[in-house]
Design a protein around this ligand. Structure first.
Ligand code: ADP
Ligand code: ZN
Length: 212
């Protein structure tokens, strides 16, 4: 299955992506994780992306399209993949279509704006492997430590109230129109993001026609 996950920041794309990845045995490709790794390593792309990300703006389409195309060309993607955080603009969606990569389904996780702000302030992430956590709804076994790799859990630099507002605006203005684009292609399904992780997981499974 070649799947696209979309939804506002903090909707749970990372968490659900990981659950689906295990269940379906395919990799999640997260542009957010790729960009944050590039920033940590201060690569050319990282240096370019840092300013945009910290202001809650999108990284330019040509930059991100190039990275994703390179990633999707790797052999492991032939078995399927989950795209998290891409495409994020209509231009990106068109570029993906044009590249000839087949997409089977686009799942939109729906969460109201009011919920997003509180979720993002309690969100944490592993500084080593990027695994997502939440100090309220998705706690690690040991406080402050990643269950998978023992890495330190940190708050993201772009999870500040000011930046969150920007990212929500960007989502509504630039990313949401993609839903219509994929709906026209008959690929769009939606799932409601709930308070409880397991409830969201059940909604996602239903939307994708998997056993709950
Ligand atoms: P979230 O979904 O919580 O906003 P992500 O980790 O997906 O977080 O993205 C973080 C930031 O990385 C975005 O605000 C944006 O600046 C940049 N980014 C990620 N994916 C893309 C993309 N497809 N196009 C442009 N910018 C992107
Ligand atoms: Zn980790």
């Amino acid at each position: 299955m070649n799947l696209v996950l979309m939804g506002p920041p903090g909707a749970g794309k990372g968490t659900q992506g990981e659950i689906l990845s295990k269940r379906l045995g395919i990799d999640t490709i997260s542009t957010g994780v790729m960009l944050r790794t590039a920033i940590k390593e201060q690569t050319e792309v990282g240096k370019l992306a840092e300013g945009y990300i910290n202001e809650g703006k999108l990284v330019p389409d040509d930059v991100i399209v190039k990275i994703v195309k390179e990633r999707l060309a790797k052999p492991d993607c032939a078995n399927g993949f989950i795209l998290d955080g891409f495409p994020r603009t209509t231009a990106q969606a068109e570029a993906l279509t044009k590249s000839g990569v087949r997409i089977d389904k686009v799942l939109s996780l729906e969460v109201d704006d009011e919920k997003i702000v509180e979720r993002l302030s309690s969100r944490r992430e592993c500084s080593k492997c990027g695994a997502p956590y939440n100090v309220i709804s998705n706690k690690p076994a040991q406080e402050g430590k990643c269950d998978k790799c023992g890495g330190e859990l940190i708050q993201r630099a772009d999870d500040t109230p000011e930046t969150i507002k920007n990212r929500l605006n960007v989502y509504h203005e630039q990313t949401e129109p993609i839903k219509a684009y994929y709906d026209k292609l008959g690929l769009l399904v939606t799932a409601k993001g709930e308070e409880k992780l397991e409830d969201t997981t059940a909604n996602v499974a239903k939307a994708l026609g998997l056993e709950v």
